[in-house]
Ligand binder design. Structure first.
Ligand code: 5GP
Ligand code: ZN
Length: 112
């Protein structure tokens, strides 16, 4: 079993403020929000980052991008939102389990 932080959150071993879950993905609020609405969408499958992704993951990523506006709107981001994926050390990634940041809410708020 992976001791990765987001794998442990996905298994329910570490609590999170969950927004959405299905067999493939989990969405939960970021612990240090950079915007009025800031949540993370993660695949349950462990991938370090997009650097590890291949064509076999395209359906999963398509599903995640499709979920992003749906969940953002459910949380009140009707006026737009920002999507960020940090990849690898030079991409500013800190947690090495692939995740999509979704940020929204009334501006101004800090850019990530
Ligand atoms: P990264 O820099 O890797 O793209 O982003 C990692 C994000 O995970 C950060 O925005 C950070 O606040 C968030 N984060 C780190 N640890 C936890 C945690 O234990 N729970 C939650 N909900 N978010 C976390
Ligand atoms: Zn993981």
């Amino acid at each position: 079993m992976s001791s990765c932080l987001f794998c442990r959150i996905a298994r329910g071993e570490i609590p999170s403020k969950k927004i959405y879950e299905d067999d493939d993905v989990l969405a939960f609020h970021d612990i240090h929000p950079a915007a009025p609405v800031h949540f993370l969408l993660v695949p349950k499958l462990h991938l370090d980052s997009l650097l590890d992704a291949g064509s076999e993951h395209e359906a999963l990523f398509g599903k995640m991008i499709g979920l992003a506006p749906r969940l953002a709107k459910e949380l009140g981001c009707d006026n737009g939102f920002r999507v960020v994926i940090n990849n690898g050390p030079d991409g500013g990634q800190e947690v090495f389990h692939l995740h999509i940041h979704i940020m929204g809410g009334p501006r101004p708020w800090k850019r990530l």
